[in-house]
Design a protein around this ligand. Structure first.
Ligand SMILES: *[C@@H]1O[C@H](CO)[C@@H](O)[C@H](O)[C@H]1NC(C)=O
Ligand SMILES: *[C@@H]1O[C@H](CO)[C@@H](O)[C@H](O)[C@H]1NC(C)=O
Ligand SMILES: *[C@@H]1O[C@H](CO)[C@@H](O)[C@H](O)[C@H]1NC(C)=O
Ligand SMILES: *[C@@H]1O[C@H](CO)[C@@H](O)[C@H](O)[C@H]1NC(C)=O
Ligand SMILES: *[C@@H]1O[C@H](CO)[C@@H](O)[C@H](O)[C@H]1NC(C)=O
Ligand SMILES: *[C@@H]1O[C@H](CO)[C@@H](O)[C@H](O)[C@H]1NC(C)=O
Length: 765
């Protein structure tokens, strides 16, 4: 105590004498200890050190959460002997605000583990929880109890959350209710809600938080998870004028994600590292799922450290794997004391303005923006970011927020704030959140769990078996990475009478789809080996049986001048043991199944035809198939000629050896897709090689892959001994079985409900 006094006296004296000469003064540890808890120091007792108090679960530090050691060698706030630092029991907001009912027991204040029960007056109906417990994070368990009478209003009584007051008692269309929090509580969520035509209130129920109230990782995972998933897969209702029914399609727009992490001194280094790791996890998760957003990632204190420039992303100058690497290697060096939160928002505003400039106002309208800020809000430079946030809103909303005809644009901008740090400036931070739908403000006591939280946002087990899901980037150019790009890939080795190598595709846990011509009549299942590398590490899979399309008959048109007739060239191989799905092995989507409709985001009762129209809509439709090439396979680019172009394409079949007919449709029935030749300008399609037979002809739809065809036969052998990426000649064409024409066969095997394997659900029509 004595040294502290003399040191600060000395500092004050020197300051007076020498006009601010630097004096190194340490703080002292007297009176900083806390009964019932402990504290940590970021830099011992040196100046600039941050003292953070910690209490056991169910308690919070009082009267202060943190202290900073100032250059004068004194703590701010200073410890006071008459108000000793201690751990106080966590309190929950007052539940007695409920209308038309009783809360028991009635208490002035409610603490952790206190139980309450709720009852409505007679004539009123209860919604919500009838019993609630005060939880260690300062929130009540369950949901707000509401007692209401059926008044025939459009919207239901929205109730009054604990600790709040509500104004507005009319619940008809366009009626508004507003909430405030009582005492020293602050409001998180929507303070004004409006009753909509559909009977729903806008926004989400607000909650009243104390300084010691926080969100659990599970709450964050659920709330942020559902919100971000919404951004990633936002669907739009469109009227399908031809069919007269409503379909939902995915938005074509671009998603831009801007992430800022506060690395100023008030954030402990450990928290920074946890935030960084969480961001890496989040980016990887997003990458493994649906759209591919553009990223801007910055760290900030009084200046900005830009890890990823979104403009490089948009210009495709930077790859995701490099971003992840840069993030992983980013270290905070010497940190300065200033925090300029506005600078971070200004940076984002600048980037957005540039994107708008580049894209033009029309295309900018298709851009959605998600800002994610990690900070404690303790800015001491640059002023409030609020005006910047308003300008960002204006830029994205394009002055259309309220205009009915143009539609609301508020779904195009979300600002999430993850409030981290020991002492959070809620009053400054909460107003910076923007967006409709779920919560946008997360108050986290501990971000240790944040990485796991993000990991759980998109739960692998939920998606692992989804057809066609694949990684669309490779972290390294190796077998495993490539496998995750084509997790449905199967190699078929037939060691039967004629040794043959084909490619196939996993279409369910039990079946591999390939070409019928990979088999010779009488081949035994035990002579066939399927290679699929799954999580077990084993590659070779045994075959239980195989089934060729019943109409497949290679010799059936010899008398019509077709030596080898490949119509119905499809076969299904049943594996002896089902594949255990993982990121390395999961099925491809095939036409006319419910799962494929889901992958294509067709909602409601969809049809085969809708799928076909979505996947094969152009005269020249780009498709792909695989060929064996180190490190595993390579992708061939082709264009299916459809509509008018198809007739010209299939004519080339007459040039094929073994064909002696004048009408190409004798050999190439309607069941074939035609690819190859020149594709317009300089580019040519690739041509199939012998070993590509049976492989999937596929199309990617966002991160899902749908198989359209099966590689069957071609007019020319251009590959020679070394198979690989060979370009087509002007005359050469390939023909692939169109799976949309094979549905009865696929359904008879894969959709059979009377077997010991799980059937696929096919559409009714
Ligand atoms: C402050 O403490 C550090 C060790 O934590 C010590 O090296 C330094 O000399 C001290 N400064 C003063 C002015 O006491
Ligand atoms: C509520 O919690 C406080 C603090 O733990 C305790 O003293 C009190 O007895 C509890 N009241 C009830 C009704 O459980
Ligand atoms: C779709 O059609 C319905 C009825 O025909 C109409 O009320 C609705 O406004 C249309 N929606 C769109 C997005 O065009
Ligand atoms: C929005 O309104 C402001 C002022 O009213 C105007 O200057 C600006 O050009 C408008 N922006 C758009 C995109 O219409
Ligand atoms: C294999 O499948 C064929 C029909 O494709 C069937 O006739 C035969 O009995 C099956 N063999 C076994 C062992 O299940
Ligand atoms: C081709 O067709 C013509 C007329 O049908 C016939 O004379 C000729 O023998 C056929 N050649 C072959 C190789 O089948």
């Amino acid at each position: 105590m004595g040294s502290s006094v003399s040191c600060s006296w000395l500092a004050a004296l020197l300051w007076l004498l020498c006009l601010g000469a630097e004096v190194e003064c340490n703080c002292t540890d007297s009176n900083i200890e806390m009964a019932g808890g402990e504290y940590t120091l970021t830099k011992n007792l040196e100046r600039g050190s941050l003292l953070v108090y910690n209490c056991p679960d169910g308690y919070y530090p009082y009267p202060t959460l943190t202290r900073v050691c100032q250059p004068s060698g004194t703590w701010r706030p200073a410890p006071k002997k008459f108000r000793p630092q201690r751990c106080k029991r966590v309190e929950c907001p007052d539940p007695n605000v409920m209308e038309n009912g009783n809360v028991s027991p009635p208490q002035e204040r409610y603490f952790v583990d206190n139980e309450t029960s709720y009852e409505c007056y007679s004539g009123y109906l209860m919604r919500g929880s009838t019993k609630r417990i005060c939880l260690p994070n300062g929130k009540w368990s369950g949901s707000t109890p509401i007692c209401s009478r059926d008044s025939g209003d459009v919207c239901a009584d929205p109730g009054v959350p604990p600790g709040a007051s509500r104004t507005g008692n009319m619940f008809g269309i366009d009626d508004k209710v507003t909430y405030t929090c009582n005492g020293n509580l602050f409001l998180v969520g929507t303070s004004e809600r409006k009753c909509q035509e559909n009977g729903q209130w806008t926004g989400t129920e607000p909650a009243c938080y104390y300084k010691h109230t926080y969100d659990t990782p599970r709450e964050v995972s659920e709330a942020f998870g559902s919100a971000i998933k919404d951004s990633l897969t936002t669907m739009e209702s469109l009227n399908d004028t031809q069919e007269g029914r409503k379909i939902r399609i995915s938005k074509s727009g671009t998603l831009n994600i801007y992430i800022a992490v506060d690395i100023s001194e008030s954030i402990e280094e450990k928290q920074f590292q946890q935030a960084r790791d969480a961001i890496i996890t989040l980016i990887k998760k997003i990458a493994s799922f649906t759209v591919s957003p553009n990223y801007e990632i910055i760290f900030f204190s009084s200046e900005i450290y830009e890890v990823v420039n979104i403009l490089d992303f948009i210009d495709a100058k930077v790859e995701l794997k490099k971003v992840i690497k840069d993030l992983e290697s980013f270290e905070i060096g010497d940190r300065n004391t200033g925090t300029d939160l506005n600078l971070a928002f200004t940076k984002f505003e600048g980037r957005m303005a540039f994107i708008k400039e580049q894209a033009g106002p029309e295309r900018f309208k298709e851009h959605r923006h998600v800002l994610i800020m990690f900070t404690d809000g303790a800015y001491n430079m640059g002023g409030s970011p609020k005006p910047t946030v308003e300008r960002i809103k204006n830029m994205v909303y394009m002055n259309h927020t309220t205009e009915k005809q143009t539609g609301s644009r508020d779904e195009f901008l979300d600002i999430y704030v993850f409030a981290i740090g020991a002492d959070i400036f809620d009053d400054d931070l909460h107003p910076l959140t923007v967006g409709t739908g779920g919560d946008h403000y997360f108050r986290m006591k501990d971000i240790k769990e944040l990485r796991k939280t993000f990991d759980e946002i998109i739960d692998e087990t939920e998606v692992v078996g989804l057809c066609g899901l694949h990684l669309d980037y490779e972290t390294t150019e190796d077998k495993v990475s490539r496998r995750k790009r084509y997790p449905w890939l199967a190699f078929i080795i037939n060691k039967g009478q004629k040794s043959k190598k084909c490619i196939g595709s996993l279409v369910s846990a039990d079946f591999v789809l390939t070409a019928a011509h990979c088999f010779t009549f009488g081949d035994l299942p035990e002579n066939i080996v399927i290679e699929i590398e799954d999580e077990t590490g084993a590659i070779e899979k045994k075959v239980k049986n195989y089934t060729l399309h019943p109409n497949y008959n290679i010799n059936s048109k010899v008398d019509q001048g077709v030596t080898e007739f490949y119509d119905y060239d499809v076969a299904l191989i049943q594996l002896a043991d089902p594949i255990k799905f993982s990121a390395k092995a999961r099925p491809i989507c095939i036409p006319c199944t419910q799962e494929t409709s889901d992958a294509l985001k067709l909602v409601g009762e969809s049809t085969c035809k809708q799928q076909e129209q979505l996947l094969l809509k152009n005269q020249r439709e780009r498709l792909n198939f695989l060929t064996r090439k180190s490190p595993l396979v390579a992708e061939k680019d082709v264009h299916a000629k459809l509509g008018e172009s198809r007739n010209i394409c299939i004519k080339k079949a007459l040039k094929a050896p073994g064909i002696n007919a004048t009408d190409p449709t004798v050999a190439v029935t309607d069941n074939f897709l035609c690819t190859g030749g020149h594709n317009g300008g300089e580019h040519r399609d690739h041509i199939a090689c012998t070993g590509d037979s049976g492989g999937a002809v596929f199309k990617n739809y966002e991160l899902r892959t749908v198989q359209i065809g099966v590689v069957s036969w071609g007019t020319h052998q251009l590959c020679g001994s070394t198979d690989g990426l060979v370009e087509s000649k002007a005359e050469s064409r390939d023909f692939h079985i169109n799976l949309f024409r094979m549905i009865p066969f696929l359904k008879s095997v894969l959709g059979d409900e009377n077997q010991d394997y799980a059937p696929l659900k096919f559409l009714k029509s």
